[in-house]
Write a protein that binds this ligand. Structure first.
Ligand code: 5AD
Ligand code: SF4
Length: 452
């Protein structure tokens, strides 16, 4: 989500006549886009900003050795909204700060900062609709995954209020962009060579629920979809030139029969869902306010796998939530096995000010959080290997991205399930093209094969 917001800001700055610098050292303007979902993320963003300000003011080792062209430093994103005025006591030399739904104002703030104003603060209201949501860099550019892949924001904010989560406080209420706007944006991306879009929202299956997405003036759904999100997938599937549609993140509550039908009948919709589970213990899930039980979660996974046994399911898990016992943790372990996740991101619980959980004692010691983290990662390593092993001998359709990081002779790309596939292009496949790859070898995080 922040990668996408950064791209939009960069595109707006380009449109305002600014040019991209070759490196941070050459830049006259540097903007840090922050995240506050965990304490460490916020510290990193604020720390980075502090270093840039030191560079601007000619202080510190970096400034003495490199010189540094920096004239203006800005901070944007979630940490700004959380810190409010405090941002300037933490970062006295900061020129401007703008919260998540004010990113459209950044070009104007830069102008004001260049004219000599300092300490400009823009804090969004919870229901604000930002400008610039559809701004994209012509090149896809460094801010996007590649020139033929693009992120598209469809849903802002979140109203779920999970007990541990600061997102609703900083990103505001849910707002769904009108479907017509999203379709126009994706159509224009596809016309410019984009083959794959990933639709973004904190809880993207809530699209069109709190605020309307479709209007009576829109043409009816050819496939008879009534639910706003599956209907959006159908409209995007029909766009010429667009090969793939992905989305993230999902909630089991949104895994309806219509969503399953969308996966089954719309060829460009990728067979992958990122479905954060957070915990496998019903007690913890209730405390977190996740609004599903372990059984309901597993039923959602089973429904998707019944349609396609290779359907990829990935997740987020929190270890060390207040009061999480060894037994709760073992429930998470067993759920992860039963769900057969293709990949998992594990986070150590981090208390966030103002959330319900912050009032509870953070009583799982750091070493124990670390141990649980490592146990889940080792489990996932084994599980990933086992699940990927089942794909040896199959042929995957891969969107070729280009030379892999480790070995330039080999290329990498992703299959519909978002699995990384490594292969040799043999001069027959170009970047951004679909290739059919026969899988020969499986690792926990990658598949290796040859053109079929
Ligand atoms: N502590 C740890 N992890 C968190 N997440 C959200 N809030 C917290 C927190 N306070 C994790 C959740 C979410 C992911 C984006 O970040 O797992 O799905
Ligand atoms: Fe946070 Fe829960 Fe909303 Fe996800 S669904 S952003 S975890 S409040």
């Amino acid at each position: 989500m922040n990668v996408r917001d950064s791209e939009a800001v960069a595109a707006m700055l380009e449109a305002a006549g600014h040019e991209r610098a070759a490196s941070e050292q050459d830049a006259e303007l540097v903007i840090v886009n922050s995240c506050t979902v965990r304490d460490m993320a916020e510290r990193k963003a604020v720390g980075k900003c502090g270093n840039l300000i030191a560079l601007k003011e000619g202080r510190g080792r970096a400034a003495r050795s490199a010189g540094g062209a920096v004239k203006v430093v800005g901070l944007i994103g979630c940490a700004v909204k959380r810190l409010g005025d405090e941002v300037f006591s933490r970062l006295p030399g900061l020129d401007f700060a703008a919260g998540p739904r004010r990113m459209g104002m950044v070009p104007r703030l830069v102008e004001r900062a260049l004219a000599g104003e300092t300490r400009i603060l823009e804090l969004p209201d919870d229901d604000e609709v930002p400008a610039g949501l559809d701004a994209h860099l012509a090149s896809g550019g460094a801010a996007g995954p590649s020139p033929f892949q693009s992120y598209v924001t469809v849903l802002l904010g979140c109203d779920n209020r999970c007990s541990y989560c600061i997102v609703p406080d900083v990103r505001g209420h849910e707002y769904s962009r009108p479907a017509r706007e999203v379709v126009a944006e994706v159509r224009s991306l596809a016309a410019n060579g984009v083959k794959e879009v990933c639709l973004l929202g904190q809880s993207v299956l809530r699209y069109g629920r709190r605020t309307p997405a479709w209007s009576e003036a829109d043409p009816p759904s050819p496939g008879g979809f009534f639910e706003p999100f599956p209907r959006l997938l159908e409209a995007l599937d029909a766009i010429p030139g667009l090969e793939r549609v992905r989305f993230t993140s999902a909630h089991p509550g949104g895994c309806t029969d219509e969503l399953v039908r969308a996966f089954q009948t719309l060829p460009s919709v990728c067979r992958h869902i990122h479905l954060p589970v957070q915990s496998g213990s019903d007690r913890v899930l209730r405390e977190m306010g996740r609004r599903y039980t372990r059984a309901e979660y597993l039923a959602a996974v089973a429904k998707l796998r019944a349609m396609d046994p290779e359907f990829a399911v990935t997740t987020d898990v929190i270890v060390g939530y207040p009061g999480e016992t060894e037994e709760d943790f073992e429930q998470t372990r067993s759920l992860m096995d039963e769900a057969g996740f293709d990949n998992a991101f594990v986070f150590k619980y981090s208390p966030r000010p103002g959330t319900r959980a912050a009032a509870l004692p953070d009583d799982v010691p750091e070493e124990e959080k670390e141990r649980r983290d490592q146990v889940l990662l080792a489990d996932q390593q084994r599980r990933g290997l086992e699940r990927n092993g089942r794909l040896v001998g199959t042929v995957r359709e891969v969107l070729a991205e280009g030379p892999s990081l480790r070995n330039a002779a080999r290329w990498s790309g992703r299959d519909s399930g978002n699995r990384i596939v490594v292969f040799e292009p043999e001069g027959r496949v170009g970047r951004g093209e679909l290739a059919r790859v026969a899988i020969r070898e499986a690792h926990a995080q990658t598949l290796v094969g040859a053109l079929a």
